[in-house]
Design a protein around this ligand. Structure first.
Ligand code: PHE
Length: 487
């Protein structure tokens, strides 16, 4: 109805001068008229110009006086011809009307205020204030002096009124037909499509955000690492056991029982079940011997190896525990060269800070073959890390109980323009491999790194707690890029 009123009026008239007056004339709410004007203006049916007017509106106090009379008038009317005591008058009117009423009535010289008595000074008064307030409410214009007086008493406040003046626009038509948004089977069949006006496509409109599952950065980098291992011919090791015995986690790796890593300060031991039941007894015997007195050219550690210590269950501290099980299994069959990898979770009893968590993921690779040398290890590491975008590597001698020689791996990070430590590596010791039963000429080269560190470098995250754990922002997972190149 509002739309017809606007378009219909413009058919025979030059313009609508003031949407407010127009609304009043047509008996339609101004809000409705304004909405129609905005929409018609958007489609250029009309040309609308803003009009702003300052108007006055009654404050809450103004509204009560417009209804019940000004306090001074109420006060005057409450005084009988013979006068009244202050106390009684105040009781009759209430505190606020009495107080304001007195001030104004005295100013108007309507009343005489004695010490105790109040009496009328004139016989008749008019409630001018009420009359003015009613006028304002009806939208009538007042002279500036009256406005100022009401403003000072905070009975009125300014209000910006917004409306429009409206003329025909370039697309003006006396009636707006709603443009069709879709070509339907029905309008094709009926032939209606020939007449229809179609709404233009808005190619700039933003589509709905796509909702769907998102992969955590660690999963993406894990996938990338997996692909590299698979391309290099590695098989995945089964790492689905977080709980391991000390035997496989430490003893099989020739890690002495008094080694500090085996302390509960560094390792989470299990309370229930606290010990393992099954270990390969003949192999346990060979491990005990190599720790205590050596063999195969080694002197061993020369201490009293305790079975109870080996039986203790723990949360594995490295995936090398899995590697030791795999190599032992390999040693039981006729020898076959193997390339194995794993990427899974490990646990360490560490103080949590911005670069350490008590659990993280390890990436581990090993190659088991006859006659492998340190040169082979360096070559494989070059191959592996250059696939991650790091072709410059440096090695630093290091120590692991189960490898000799051992090397820390540093890679030159082209993005960060510096050398960063990327992993640890070595050749497994004969003290580890020979008790398993692997042939003497078989060597195993291996390396390990964390999954978190390269992920943090790739995603520019400097606090590990923003990557993993209960403080991770879902936004990180939802909004990170689909792919990244280089480590
Ligand atoms: N297990 C080692 C670590 O936890 C990594 C490693 C694996 C080192 C294989 C040498 C060989 O850091």
């Amino acid at each position: 109805m509002a739309e017809e009123a606007v378009l219909g009026f413009l058919e025979h008239n030059e313009q609508i001068g003031d949407s407010g007056e127009f609304a009043l004339e047509k008996g339609i709410s101004h809000e409705e008229i304004v909405n129609v004007i905005k929409s018609l203006n958007g489609f250029r049916f009309v040309d609308a110009q803003d009009i702003k007017k300052e108007r006055w509106q009654l404050t809450a106090e103004g509204k009560t006086y417009a209804a019940t009379g000004s306090p001074e008038f109420q006060l005057f009317m409450a005084i009988p011809p013979e006068g009244i005591s202050r106390v009684e008058l105040q009781k009759k009117l209430g505190d606020s009307v009495f107080k304001i009423g007195c001030q104004q009535a005295i100013k108007n010289k309507w009343v005489e205020m004695g010490k105790a008595q109040v009496s009328r000074k004139v016989a008749h008064v008019d409630d001018n204030v009420k009359a003015l307030l009613i006028k304002i409410n009806d939208g009538e214009a007042l002279n500036q002096e009256d406005i100022d007086a009401l403003k000072r008493r905070k009975l009125i406040s300014p209000q910006i009124w917004k409306g429009y003046s409206v003329k025909k626009g370039p697309n003006y038509a006396p009636k707006r037909r709603k443009p069709a948004t879709d070509l339907t089977r029905e309008n094709l069949q009926s032939g209606e499509w020939k007449e229809l006006q179609f709404k233009e496509y808005n190619f700039l409109a933003k589509g709905f955000p796509v909702e769907g599952g998102c992969l955590h950065p660690l999963l993406k980098v894990r996938r990338q690492m997996q692909m590299i291992f698979l391309q290099m011919g590695f098989e995945e090791m089964p790492t689905n056991n977080y709980v391991e015995s000390s035997f496989w986690n430490f003893d099989a790796l020739f890690q002495p029982q008094q080694h500090p890593a085996r302390d509960s300060h560094d390792t989470f031991f299990l309370r229930e079940p606290s010990t393992t039941k099954i270990l390969p007894e003949d192999y346990v015997e060979r491990v005990k011997r190599i720790h205590e007195s050596g063999g195969h050219g080694s002197r061993g550690y020369g201490y009293d190896w305790k079975r109870e210590e080996a039986n203790k269950n723990l949360l594995r501290t490295h995936t090398t525990a899995v590697s030791s099980r795999m190599l032992y299994a390999l040693a039981k069959k006729p020898f076959e060269a193997k390339r194995y990898y794993s990427i899974d979770r490990v646990f360490r009893n560490e103080a949590v800070d911005r670069t350490h968590l008590a659990e993280f993921h390890q990436i581990e690779g090993l190659i088991c073959d006859r006659g492998l040398s340190l040169g082979d290890l360096q070559g494989v590491l070059h191959d592996f890390f250059s696939r991650l975008g790091m072709s410059k590597l440096r090695f630093k001698p290091a120590y692991n109980p189960y490898t000799e020689p051992s090397m820390e791996i540093f890679g030159y990070h082209e993005g960060l323009k510096k050398w960063v430590e990327v992993g640890n590596s070595g050749m497994f010791r004969p003290e580890m491999l020979l008790p398993m039963g692997l042939p003497e000429d078989v060597t195993v080269i291996a390396w390990g790194l964390s999954l978190e560190r390269p992920t943090m470098i790739l995603y520019g995250i400097d606090n590990i707690r923003d990557l993993f754990g209960h403080k991770v922002d879902l936004g990180l997972i939802k909004s990170n890029p689909i792919c990244r190149i280089g480590l």
